[in-house]
Design a protein around this ligand. Structure first.
Ligand code: BTN
Length: 255
């Protein structure tokens, strides 16, 4: 469990919150998944569920998301984008906020592996899971914060790391959460008002796959920019262009 250094209890976190995201704040020391705390219940946009340990943490594509109690930031946020808004773009919007926040708090230089992994070097430090719920989107964020190298999960698709493993220091999860919610609010409001376009330069600057040769589903090619609608642009081996809306990129090499 958390050891008093960086508690995520409401009495610690609420005074740090500076925007509208994070209210109501639902904390539990342990739960199955913070996603389930917010799904299928009537809560306003901005509601956040946080725990120290998940017994059934979910990742993308039906995978489990493992944690060591008290080491991770495990948070879900309820968003209610306007009807018809392309909610799948929220993985990029959230990923950008996560990347910027961990850079600021931990002094690392993170990148985004389209569409939803946050990397430091080639190792994954955070992941994002979007699930729909009653017209809203539950946006789950898992960040490996204070794991020792020996505590990181094994057998994962991407090599995992933690902020502590990268920096050699422990980091305050409450400060990380409060900063993340503020950064996400700023990007979410920008996205809500103007779409992805204003965020594209910042996304492009962290675009880890740019120039890599990848396979995504049936498409193999060299990755170009993130398209204005959030799809990934590729040039196939025959020179034709492709735009991929979703999927996991398997890196085959760099050009
Ligand atoms: C991925 O990279 O596959 C997505 C990982 C998402 C994990 C977070 S932890 C908080 C929230 N609750 C869950 O069960 N999953 C998300």
């Amino acid at each position: 469990m958390a050891d008093g250094y960086d508690q995520l209890t409401p009495d610690v976190v609420r005074p740090l919150l500076r925007g509208r995201l994070g209210t109501p704040y639902r904390w539990s020391p342990e739960c199955a998944s913070t996603q389930d705390v917010l799904r299928d219940v009537e809560l306003p946009e901005g509601a956040v569920a946080v725990t120290d340990h998940q017994t059934g943490g979910r990742g993308r594509s039906g995978r489990a998301w493992e944690d060591v109690a008290g080491r991770s930031l495990l948070a879900s946020l309820l968003l209610r984008p306007a009807a018809g808004a392309p909610a799948e773009q929220l993985s990029l919007v959230t990923g950008l906020a996560v990347a910027e926040t961990i850079d600021r708090i931990a002094g690392v230089q993170s990148e985004l592996k389209w569409p939803n992994d946050v990397l430091v070097g080639e190792a994954k430090v955070a992941g994002i899971l979007l699930e729909s719920s009653r017209g809203g989107v539950v946006c789950g964020v898992g960040v490996n914060v204070n794991h020792d190298a020996g505590e990181l999960p094994e057998g994962t698709r991407l090599r995992p790391t933690s902020l502590r493993a990268v920096t050699g220091r422990r980091h305050d999860r409450a400060a990380l959460l409060a900063e993340l919610l503020l950064a996400l609010e700023r990007h979410y409001d920008t996205w809500g008002a103007s779409g992805l376009a204003p965020l594209l330069p910042a996304l492009e600057a962290r675009h880890a796959l740019r120039g890599a040769r990848v396979r995504i589903g049936a498409v193999t090619g060299v990755v170009g920019p993130i398209a204005p609608d959030g799809r990934l642009s590729l040039t196939r081996d025959d020179g034709s262009a492709a735009l991929v809306a979703s999927g996991e990129a398997q890196v085959l090499g760099s050009t």
